[in-house]
Design a protein around this ligand. Structure first.
Ligand code: NCD
Ligand code: ZN
Length: 344
């Protein structure tokens, strides 16, 4: 069996930098025409100038004739200004501004400490049609890690939605039923990305019978009822939900250690794994909308014109891939994937 789709885009991706980036960017460029590239480098990509330089480094690292277009984002810090938002918009290559609550995840120490102080900037974003991309987790140490997304909705997301009714807001990597309901039901231009790992796994896969560091990402995998809500949302055909892998490579030694860092590497087999999920739901006919149509429609960009073909054929994922001077262990390392990307 084969399926042909409009070439998909990845609306949430970590490419890293330098040699590490050069080792992984080809995986994404083979499968996706464009990707929203996250700005959480060290130091963060916090202005248009840094973003232009990062974009150039990505373009230079791409394989010949890949045709891949990186869609850049800025990292919102407490110091972001309205002038910078306007500069970003005018650049034509910055497509969103990412809000990380300070300390929420990998390289987020430069994140926002009080969103209310950024209201003038958010006003400008709304006026300039610059989407706000949100890592929606509170960082309050009092709040249980499994509740951090739900509490963020109550404390901030509902407020942002009400105060900026015309601002395009992407609820990044939704992981709970609460988030799905919020995105579906609240008024305004709402979008949400959904990762492969949150569709395939729940916290039992990560924790029962042994701890699996390569399933550890943020927001953390939740219980099965939430996983079911995500699968339903992704396969529903609702245009508010679209593909964003959050593929986030880390060196093997930084994941397999006493305090492993967050992030799953999925770029090596992303669209193939989404196809597995949609097939299991008898929803392969909904894959193209989720992977190739809803994202560009939300961001106001043209849909891709090229196509890709996937064939139902088993292949085995490598145990690890080169990652600069290190190795990265991919999701499903050494295991079988049932769909394969083929060149026709
Ligand atoms: C991401 C990373 O490693 O950069 N990690 C993750 O677990 N998703 C950061 C992020 O998107 O939260
Ligand atoms: Zn991410």
């Amino acid at each position: 069996m084969k399926i042909t789709l409009t070439k998909p885009d990845d609306w949430h991706l970590h490419l890293r930098d330098d040699e590490a980036m050069a080792s992984v960017v080809g995986h994404t460029a083979e499968r996706f025409a464009r990707a929203i590239v996250m700005p959480n480098l060290k130091p963060p990509v916090a202005n248009t100038q840094l973003s232009a330089e990062y974009r150039q480094r990505i373009l230079s690292a791409l394989p010949e004739n890949s045709g891949f277009t990186p869609l850049m984002t800025l990292y919102m810090t407490d110091r972001l200004t309205s002038e910078e938002v306007i500069r970003a918009k005018q650049s034509g290559f910055v497509h969103g501004i990412k809000l990380y609550p300070a300390g929420a995840t990998t390289n987020s120490d430069a994140g926002v400490t009080d969103i209310r102080k950024l209201y003038p900037v958010l006003e400008t974003m709304q006026r300039e049609s610059m989407p706000l991309l949100v890592h929606a987790e509170v960082t309050d140490p009092e709040i249980d890690i499994f509740d951090r997304e739900r509490v963020f909705i109550d404390r901030y997301m509902a407020m942002l939605r009400a105060d900026f009714p015309e601002l395009s807001i992407v609820f990044e990597h939704v992981t709970t039923r609460d988030a799905v309901d919020f995105v579906r039901e609240s008024n305004g231009p709402n979008g949400a990305t959904i990762t492969v790992q949150h569709l395939m796994f729940n916290r039992n896969h990560m924790l029962a019978g042994g701890i699996r560091p390569h399933y550890y990402c943020l927001p953390i995998l939740k219980r099965e009822t939430h996983q079911e809500a995500l699968i339903k949302a992704a396969t529903s055909g609702n245009p508010r939900f679209f593909l964003g892998t959050d593929s986030a490579p880390h060196p093997q030694h930084a994941k397999e250690c006493a305090c492993g860092c967050a992030g799953c590497y999925t770029a090596h087999a992303a669209i193939e794994l989404y196809a597995e999920i949609f097939e299991a739901e008898n929803a392969l006919d909904k894959l193209e909308g989720f992977a190739s149509h809803h994202g560009p429609d939300f961001y106001g960009m043209p849909r891709n014109t090229e196509q890709i073909t996937l064939q139902k054929r088993d292949w085995q994922v490598a145990d690890s891939y080169r990652f600069g001077n290190d190795r990265v262990v991919p999701l499903k390392a050494g295991q079988t994937v049932h769909w394969q990307l083929i060149n026709e």
